[in-house]
Design a protein around this ligand. Structure first.
Ligand code: TPP
Length: 335
């Protein structure tokens, strides 16, 4: 099985004025995760770790289209989404370490990042588990008369789960303000899309629920932002949910445990060399005289300093004391 890069036309549109900010956002995700991979190998981070490297344009472009009151639901590959949403690098890194300074006091770890203050509702380890949560959040917003959108990220593997179908059906029936964002990286763990889905046209599946659905090149952050804005506009206009498929690729294995034996090396190399979202945007910015070496070096230095501080914070943060372990587990006095 192979995952051929999307046959979208090469970007002709100019990069918008905030193009360098988009580059910075993607670099923050990538450097954060590269640091996490090193710390995992150094056994500072434990448990599972699923990296988003290669897919940065999806979170970066879509989050730009959302406002601070909108909600976000993501998967276990969610560190970048949390970072850009405003969960601080220190609280996020401490969470990765399982320390009490983490945004969930270290109880969630890599797969369960959660931050109510930024309306970031996970970090969900169950494939497709976030979709019904997103529908519920959107229903609550509707019932409370709040003009908000819930953006729900999930992999294409989630579309073979019952929860996908239940969620699309109800969201469409009740015209709920949900942006369903499929991060199609072509593989669900070691299973290529063609091996798990009878219908590989994902937008068709969503459209069968009367949900407007279309695809975008998920390696082109400018296009992702443009299409996400279009989708959010339609949702805010009261049209009900939208399904946006972002065709992307993960450059790393499924998780740190995965030997990645199911993908052709040449395929991985082609995506990395020709479709890296960061390289692609940097080249376009340079061609438009919006980026030079000094600017890039300054951005990299700022991110390196941010990460150094985040790691120092996580290292210094304590484990939750044993006597607090039952806290928040049971309600009431147990009588
Ligand atoms: C309900 C459920 N079944 C199986 C798993 C094991 N599992 C973890 S990740 C994964 C693949 C999911 O692929 P996809 O949804 O495409 O997301 P990706 O990892 O590619 O981002 C599976 C099967 C799980 N976590 N939850």
């Amino acid at each position: 099985m192979t995952a051929t890069p999307p046959a979208f036309t090469p970007p002709a549109e100019p990069v918008p004025a905030h193009g360098v900010d988009l580059l910075r956002d993607m670099l923050r995700i990538r450097r954060f995760e590269e640091t996490c991979a090193e710390l995992y190998s150094a056994t500072k981070i434990h448990g599972f770790l699923h990296l988003y490297i290669g897919e940065e344009a999806v979170a970066t472009g879509t989050l730009r289209a959302l406002g601070p009151d909108d909600a976000i639901v993501a998967t276990y590959r969610e560190h970048g989404h949390a970072l850009l949403r405003g969960v601080g690098a220190e609280a996020l890194m401490a969470e990765m370490f399982g320390r009490s300074g983490g945004c969930c006091r270290g109880r969630g770890g890599s797969m369960h990042v959660f931050d109510a203050a930024t309306r970031f509702y996970g970090g969900n380890a169950i494939v497709a588990g976030g979709l019904p949560i997103a529908v519920g959040l959107a229903l609550a917003d509707r019932m409370l008369g709040r003009d908000r959108v819930t953006a729900c990220f999930f992999g294409e593997g989630a579309m073979a789960e019952g929860e996908f179908h239940e969620s699309l059906n109800l969201a469409a029936l009740w015209k709920l303000p949900v942006l369903f964002l499929c991060e199609n990286n072509h593989y669900a763990m070691g299973s290529a899309l063609e091996l798990t889905e009878s219908e590989t046209n994902l937008t068709l599946k969503a459209a069968s629920y009367e949900v407007p659905a279309w695809s975008v090149d998920g390696m082109d952050v400018v296009a992702v932002e443009r299409e996400a804005r279009r989708a959010v506009l339609a949702i805010r206009g009261g049209g009900g949910p939208v399904f946006l498929e972002c065709q992307t690729y993960r450059f790393r294995a499924h998780s740190m445990y995965d030997p990645d034996l199911y993908r052709d090396r040449a395929e991985v190399a082609e995506w990395k060399e020709q479709h890296d979202p960061i390289d692609l945007l940097a080249a376009r910015l340079r061609a438009q005289d919006m980026l030079d070496d000094a600017t890039l070096e300054r951005i990299e230095a700022e991110i390196a300093a941010e990460l150094e501080a985040a790691v120092a914070f996580a290292e210094a943060s304590e484990l939750e004391p044993v006597e607090d372990l039952a806290r928040d587990v049971y309600a009431g006095d147990g009588a």
